[in-house]
Design a binder for this molecule. Sequence first.
Ligand code: SF4
Length: 236
Amino acid sequence: MMSDKPGNPTNVNLPPQSAAPAAPAAQPAAHSDANWGDFVRRCDDCRNCDLGAGRTNCVVWRGALPAPLMLVGEGPGAQEDLEAKPFVGQSGQLLDLLLQANGLTEQQFHICNIVKCRPPGNRQPTEEEAKACRPLFREQFLFVRPRVILLLGATAYRYFTGRRDGITRVRGQWIENNGYFIMPTLHPAYVLRDNRQRDKIWADVCAVRLKLEQLGLLAPLQFVPAMPQGRKKENN
Ligand code: SF4
């Protein structure tokens, strides 16, 4: 059972088919620029599913490493495939706007996707593709060592948790799993299509910010964040 109140997480065991690692590493991961670089090279060489054949680039990450906050989407789109970075199209611009308005910059988060290669026509990744990419995702997770995870949209929620609940039902509710705090929210592309949903993703980003502060991972904000109304930073 999940909590129906934000900020009141319920500790749950996620099913084995979830992408979530079993528990935080007791020791810091053996992270170095060299072994991270080796990991990225292995991603670039990967052809473990059919998506590898159609990509321009393997899209691994942007942001910080390690990072207290990990944001997870479903897969790269056209712009991401071209630039080899996740969430750099219109959805990413909206997401960055919401994060920055909450004092969250690329120094505080690491962003990636369930699959690293673009599904044709921006379709959802299949079960087989998500499963094929899961070992790389789990390895990346252990490099990042987040405590708080924001799942962007129904597909990321489904493949990360192994659950199939509707995203509109579960968004805004914390899941606590083995010391990780997991927040499902709407995909920013959904908010771009229906701006009436903006207050919901904003509330979830605010809850994530507060959780990072409560865990002592970020200093409290010195201002009251206000929900931005645009789609991207004015100077973008
Ligand atoms: S999506 Fe993942 S598993 Fe499939 S080819 Fe790309 S990196 Fe490999």
